[in-house]
Write a protein that binds this ligand. Sequence first.
Ligand code: NAP
Length: 236
Amino acid sequence: MKIAVLGTGGGARAHIAKLAELGHEVHVGTRAPKATLARTEPDMMGTPPYQQFLAEHPGTGLHTFGDAAAEGDLVINGIDGHNAVAALSAIADQLAGKTLIDYAVPFVYNPDIEHPWPTPWGAMPVLDPCDSDSLGEQIQRALPRTKVVKAFVTQEQATVVDPKAIGGGDHTMFVAGEDADARQQATDLLTSYGWNDVLDLGGIVAARGMEMYAHMHSAIGFALGFGTHFGVKVVR
Ligand SMILES: NC(=O)c1ccc[n+]([C@@H]2O[C@H](COP(=O)([O-])OP(=O)(O)OC[C@H]3O[C@@H](n4cnc5c(N)ncnc54)[C@H](OP(=O)(O)O)[C@@H]3O)[C@@H](O)[C@H]2O)c1
């Protein structure tokens, strides 16, 4: 299948590598391909420059966000949450009629907050939107011709593409979106990654809870030791 991954960050790279391994034709989107390939330093999260990743994972095309989206029959959004609505709105035509799986978190870094939560990298970013809206809903409103599915967001993407690395795969992943066929498409992709417990949460409004879980995911991660990978299981 032709799959576009919009984003070159650490999470996007997990999908790019796994999709290529599964035999998909992968088209990667970035703001400016030449600038992305010219970077020589790791980003603020320590992610190595993209050229290094590409050398280790040849065979995937690097395009602008719009050109990558145009190539994909299915699209994954890995654009940083604070900039995703603007970046995706600009390529609405290329995304029309397609399923867009969004895993971004609407984190705002370094805000002026009253009660900061200290973390290994400074203050915990705040979520915006939060509670009465979500990034998933904002993207769906901005792209009425696209079937938006919120998924993957409750996990490190390294675990999303390799669920069996945690507890033999005995944990739960979630999907939400307005279109049942699109939710099934996301579920099928997750099944191909190795997931066997995908919980369909229904409409895109459930993206609120999925995104707000980011704080709980961080709290558990800090308790277990920063960098520890873990899963959550809905027992029923
Ligand atoms: N990493 C994970 O395991 C994980 C897990 C759950 C959720 N998330 C969330 O998923 C999102 C993506 O995470 P990630 O780790 O894959 O990558 P990331 O490092 O958070 O984001 C990198 C991508 O965002 C793009 N970007 C940054 N600023 C932009 C701007 N002003 N306009 C347009 N695009 C911009 C970059 O474009 P260029 O390619 O041009 O540099 C790059 O492709 C984030 O919201 C993150 O919080 C990540």
